[in-house]
Write a protein that binds this ligand. Structure first.
Ligand code: SF4
Ligand code: SF4
Length: 416
């Protein structure tokens, strides 16, 4: 049985002798090659509503005592919990699910990081109205935290009803009669999927959150032993806007977060865990109207032999007066059809469902037996971005190898 210690792996990393593989590489190599791995890098990117930001916002335009209400680009924020009296700044919390119409906090966080001006509206305790533009670079403190992120287990959704529904699980109204399927989760490269007993992911584990170094702080709300999730905290100033953002659903905007997590291979049991394949990971197919399982499928059909991104056939674009893709892209990544802004694109595939002549992608489909009837349900929209999660796992590997990211040993085990 192979036993490695943290100090041995850290010594090898610092001497440039460690073997680091991405979660995808370790599944594709031979057993002999896999046995050499010291660290495996995992990743996930998806709609993760359990996220909030904490900011210090300097106010220059007027002197005021203490803010009692606040909005950022129209989005409700919460001043405090510190008193902030007579300091001409507002310390505030913004929930990742907060929104003003179609503009959500995930979009705000990304806009802030891209240094777009943030319109601050506040009212002070003494009734003063504050209205000014603030830039992210002038905010001395900006951190993102999570209340629950990076679940091990996610679900797929379909709508069995005879009418369409609005839901956070589809970018458009969810069509009726099992016509479409949506799903979440990056499958076999997902962090906890590669360390399901949370042997190496613990309090103090250093991770990448939206590309910035952060630390696991615990498990989050609704975390269970069967379905654990994680909380973390990271400096937003160090984040990469391409890894975050807001995803528009038919129930309003949601917040996107990405994680990269290193798994040190301390023993044979961990080596076995990181070799898990998509087809070995089951997920329930839920009736979206009541969130109850109606069948069980696996990630093999969802992530193997499908297109991780969309191809554009610009010559096929008819330049319609009203482009449905421009109106429906959940990331606003298509402003001038058919060009895709690849930095914004989430690789959800919805454009290939809406306008398949111009945008091509094989999103896959599943064959399921529901109440004795065999159905083939095509994937219409993905709420996890495996292409970018793979990129994160590669970036984490490079950073471990060039020593710009240092592996940490958890200070305490997680109790999901
Ligand atoms: S991308 Fe499709 S829907 Fe949009 S203008 Fe072109 S042909 Fe029309
Ligand atoms: S895959 Fe298409 S619909 Fe989805 S984010 Fe990218 S451009 Fe928009």
């Amino acid at each position: 049985m192979t036993i490695r210690t943290y100090s041995e792996i850290k010594r090898k990393l610092s001497a440039g002798e460690a073997v680091v593989m991405t979660a995808q590489e370790i599944k594709n190599c031979t057993e002999k090659e896999a046995a050499e791995a010291d660290v495996v890098t995992t990743g996930t990117r998806g709609v993760m509503s359990g996220t909030y930001g904490v900011f210090t916002i300097p106010i220059k335009s007027s002197k005021f005592s203490k803010a009692t209400s606040l909005s950022l680009n129209g989005i409700c924020a919460y001043p405090g919990p510190c008193p902030n009296e007579n300091l001409n700044l507002i310390e505030a919390v913004v929930f990742g699910t907060a929104s003003a119409g179609n503009y959500g906090a995930g979009m705000l966080f990304r806009d802030m990081l891209e240094n777009e001006p943030v319109h601050v509206e506040a009212v002070s305790k003494d009734g003063k109205q504050i209205s000014e533009e603030v830039f992210f670079e002038d905010m001395p403190y900006a951190k993102l935290m999570s209340t629950r992120n990076a679940f091990r287990n996610y679900s797929a959704m379909t709508n069995p009803l005879d009418h369409a529904l609005t839901t956070i699980f589809h970018a458009l109204d969810f069509p009726s009669n099992y016509k479409e399927l949506t799903f979440s989760g990056c499958g076999s490269i997902n962090p906890i999927q590669n360390d399901p007993s949370l042997e190496t992911i613990g309090i103090g584990t250093k991770v990448l959150m939206n590309g910035a170094e952060g630390f696991v702080t615990g498990t989050g709300t609704r975390s269970t032993a069967q379905s654990p999730n994680l909380t973390a905290c990271a400096d937003m100033k160090e984040m990469n806007p391409d890894y975050m953002g807001g995803f528009m659903t038919s129930e309003g905007p949601e917040c996107i977060v990405s994680w990269g997590v290193p798994i040190p291979i301390l023993n044979d049991s961990l080596l076995k865990d990181v070799r898990i394949l998509d087809e070995q990971i089951q997920l329930p197919l839920l009736d979206v109207s009541v969130r109850k399982p109606i069948a069980y499928i696996d990630y093999g059909k969802l992530w193997n032999e499908v297109s991780l991104s969309v191809k554009v056939h610009a010559d096929k674009c008819r330049k319609c007066e009203l482009c449905r893709v421009v109106n429906s892209c959940p990331m606003s990544a298509v402003s001038d059809a058919p060009d895709i802004n690849r930095h914004r694109c989430f690789n959800c595939g919805l454009c290939s469902t809406i306008c398949p002549d111009v945008f091509s992608a094989d999103l896959g489909s599943v064959d399921v037996n529901i109440d004795g009837i065999m159905r083939n349900i095509p994937v219409a929209c993905r709420q996890s971005d495996r292409a970018r999660a793979l990129k994160i796992s590669r970036e984490l590997k490079s950073r471990l190898l060039d020593k710009t990211f240092v592996l940490t040993e958890p200070v305490e085990k997680l109790r999901p």
